[in-house]
Design a protein around this ligand. Structure first.
Ligand SMILES: NC(=O)c1ccc[n+]([C@@H]2O[C@H](COP(=O)([O-])OP(=O)(O)OC[C@H]3O[C@@H](n4cnc5c(N)ncnc54)[C@H](O)[C@@H]3O)[C@@H](O)[C@H]2O)c1
Length: 332
């Protein structure tokens, strides 16, 4: 879908070689934007040049670390929009290496905003935040008024990153907002291992003929957004005046248990199996139990609704990895 506001606009995407950033880039290029991607391509993270292989000639790519304030100041100059999606996204890694998570998800966010304040105060910023900062839900569905109680270091640092954006909006007028994404899936997600999301390694295992491992009794409830819906929300938040200074949950109307999701994937794939296995202790300690979002705020204020049914999104994702999986799990 063409988004006229982006025709000729200069757009910077941090984490642009990652899953959501690359899908966003494809959509923006299609709307005539001049897109620059920033990504560090740290091997353990989600960046992958194959994610942009089809649009490589139509974008600029800078292999830059968002922790480098001088480089960031340079690339932020002259941009109309910043989609700030670079992040350390592994919850388990944030516990084993908390300082790296702090540097990327909090400190670097502050220096990016400082660069905006000093060099480009007219820029509009959308931050990719997370539902993880709510912690274990006290009620369901979780709305934006739900208490914040992160269960891991990643949730704390993402919260700081999010609030820096809101403070810079309120105090300095750097127009910004944050979307608290729920589980997002689709082509381009990092499926190498279980570091980022369980769904990724499930899909890899299914495609490779290995069993899906479901932790616990599989009764945990989750909601999922297909990446095209998340991209639509990011774009809407960037252009809608009502988004400024706000935080919005993303979510989906379809809620499913992990066991039912595993069954659905096996049925769709036409082969494979799943096994219920005990939680590894390091995951049990930071598990949030059931979670699904109340996304009434973004629906009513920005008119965003997820459109891709889970069945369709999963099918497209499975097909993508059946065709292109080797670009995601082979060593470069
Ligand atoms: N995918 C989800 O389910 C989900 C859920 C909630 C929040 N989010 C947030 O959305 C954003 C995008 O997530 P994603 O799923 O596309 O993850 P991803 O790992 O695919 O993309 C993140 C990108 O950031 C890059 N990056 C990491 N550290 C960097 C650094 N120091 N400098 C430059 N680039 C760096 C990585 O190389 C990667 O390409 C993240 O901030 C994440 O916290 C995602």
């Amino acid at each position: 879908m063409i988004q006229p506001e982006f025709s000729g606009a200069k757009v910077l995407i941090t984490g642009g070689l990652g899953f959501i950033g690359s899908n966003l880039a494809r959509r923006l290029v299609g709307s005539g934007a001049n897109v620059t991607l920033i990504d560090s391509l740290i091997p353990e993270y989600g960046g992958n040049l194959f994610n942009v292989h089809d649009i490589r000639e139509r974008i600029s790519v800078s292999i830059t670390d968002v922790r480098d304030p001088h480089a960031m100041a340079h690339v932020i100059k002259g941009q109309d929009y910043l989609f700030n999606l670079a992040g350390q996204t592994s919850h388990v890694d944030s516990m084993s290496d908390p300082m790296t998570d702090l540097e990327i998800n909090a400190a670097a966010q502050l220096s990016i905003l400082e660069a905006c304040r000093k060099h480009n105060p007219a820029i509009k910023v959308v931050f990719g935040s997370t539902r993880q900062l709510y912690g274990r839900p006290q009620y369901l569905p979780v709305d934006e008024k739900h208490p914040i109680r992160p269960v891991d270091v990643n949730g704390i640092n993402k919260l700081a990153g999010e609030w820096y954006h809101l403070v810079y909006n309120d105090v300095y007028g750097i127009r910004g907002c944050a979307l608290r994404l729920t589980n997002t899936y689709g082509p381009g997600m990092r499926v190498k291992d279980g570091r980022q999301t369980f769904l990724a390694i499930w899909i890899r295992n299914l495609v490779q003929g290995k069993p899906i491992l479901v932790y616990g009794d599989g009764s945990q409830l989750r909601d999922f957004n297909y990446v095209e819906d998340a991209v639509e929300a990011l774009i809407t938040a960037a252009v809608h005046p009502a988004a400024q200074g706000q935080v919005f949950n993303l979510g989906a109307a379809e809620v499913i248990s992990l066991k039912a999701l595993a069954e659905k994937l096996v049925a769709m794939h036409g082969s494979g199996r799943y096994e219920l296995v005990p939680f590894p202790p390091e995951r049990k300690a930071i598990d949030i139990g059931d979670y699904y979002s109340d996304f009434a705020k973004i629906r009513s204020q920005l008119d965003w609704l997820p459109k891709v049914p889970l069945q369709q999104g999963l099918r497209q994702t499975l097909e993508y990895y059946a065709a292109h999986g080797s670009h995601y799990w082979a060593e470069p």
